[in-house]
Write a protein that binds this ligand. Structure first.
Ligand SMILES: [Cu+2]
Length: 139
């Protein structure tokens, strides 16, 4: 896992005006996490750039590593797990559905508590299927 929040802040600082002028909705999103596999780069984003306790809306974007372009990932699921001392892991699933733009998905998830989640994103579409894991804090 790596966090792009520091990078996001720098980019935001220098290009906020341009982004807002050219695409207000997309420009308002900040990366929560990015995860790169051999073929696919996944970016998890939201308006605040983080997940918090309670209900969250987010965006997942799929980019092909080969040509750096968004691609239709087909059916996408996202689930989270948190290790709880002395208890079974806490599993929380998200509702994810395709947005209008190929490779872009909108999701909602509700967290009952704080703590770091192990996130699993899976996809199954015309370009193939796969799955990847990364961790995201709920603050
Ligand atoms: Cu928990």
């Amino acid at each position: 896992m790596r966090t792009d929040r520091w990078f996001g802040s720098m980019v935001l600082g220098s290009t906020l005006v341009a982004l807002v002028v050219t695409s207000p909705v997309v420009g308002a999103e900040k990366a929560i996490a990015t995860q790169k596999t051999k073929d696919v780069e996944i970016t998890l984003k939201s308006e605040s750039g983080q997940w918090t306790k309670g209900k969250n809306t987010f965006v997942v974007e799929f980019t092909s590593v080969k040509d750096n372009k968004p691609f239709d990932a087909g059916k996408v699921t996202l689930s989270t797990s948190m290790a709880m001392p002395g208890m079974a892991p806490m599993i929380t699933g998200a509702t994810v559905s395709p947005d209008k733009t190929p490779g872009r998905y909108l999701g909602t998830i509700e967290f009952p508590d704080l703590g770091t989640r192990q996130v699993t994103v899976s996809w199954d579409g015309p370009a193939g299927k796969g799955s990847t894991k990364f961790s995201v804090p709920v603050r």
